[in-house]
Design a protein around this ligand. Structure first.
Ligand code: GRF
Length: 208
């Protein structure tokens, strides 16, 4: 049984999609053991509570140094014997000590088709503002492993979503969540939980 930690900063609709997929049997061999937020006001913590899973607040603000925060986060994951870390709208840079300890065991959902509209500063609504400013006709979402770069890790799954005339960043964001993020994030977790995902030479291979 894969032990999952979901790291969140905000509303937690992707967290909800994971919890629903577990309940519906779309994700098997996995369970969420903890939800960790850097933000006390994150509605995602409320979702964790409603689901009956631990919600932890681990914020850089509550530690004297960044190093202390990094260690606290790593220890929380190790104490709970976490197998897979899922970044679901987590707005904190994951510390290198955590990335090294969890090599190819941290995944992130990004709301564009990487390598478009990704990298430093590309998060939240900015991603969709950039896509609209560039005038792309298709955007989408990507689930990838997390390495020490920003959005540079091996890509696991991607799903395209149509950009429509008159879209605002908010409208496009919602469509990408509904049509891509909430589908491919649970799907990727299910594939990993069932041993179907491997990484070779920086590329992901999925067993059929
Ligand atoms: C999503 O758009 C995700 O792709 C991005 O942050 C947003 C999180 O939304 N990285 P939610 O907290 O899951 O509702």
């Amino acid at each position: 049984m894969l032990r999952i930690a979901v790291l969140v900063s905000g509303g937690g609709t992707n967290l909800q999609a994971i919890m629903d997929a577990i309940d519906d049997g779309k994700i098997t061999n996995a369970r969420i053991v903890t939800v960790i937020s850097n933000n006390a006001g994150a509605y995602a913590l409320e979702r964790a509570k409603n689901y009956g899973v631990e919600g932890l607040l681990i914020s850089p603000r509550d530690y004297p140094t960044r190093e202390d925060f990094n260690v606290a986060l790593l220890e929380a994951l190790l104490e709970r014997e976490v197998d897979l870390v899922v970044l679901a709208g987590y707005l904190v840079v994951v510390p290198p000590i955590v990335i090294r300890k969890f090599e190819n065991r941290i995944i992130n959902i990004h709301p564009s088709l990487i390598p478009s509209f990704c990298g430093t500063g590309c998060y939240g609504l900015h991603v969709h503002e950039m896509a609209l400013a560039r005038g792309v006709k298709v955007s989408g979402a990507t689930v990838h492993f997390v390495d020490e770069g920003t959005d540079t890790g091996p890509i696991i799954l991607q799903k395209p979503v149509e950009v429509k005339q008159g879209d605002t960043p908010e409208v496009l964001q919602r469509r990408i969540m509904e049509e891509a993020e909430w589908i491919i994030l649970p799907r990727a977790i299910n594939l990993i939980a069932n041993g179907k995902v491997s990484v070779k030479d920086g590329s992901v291979r999925i067993e059929e």
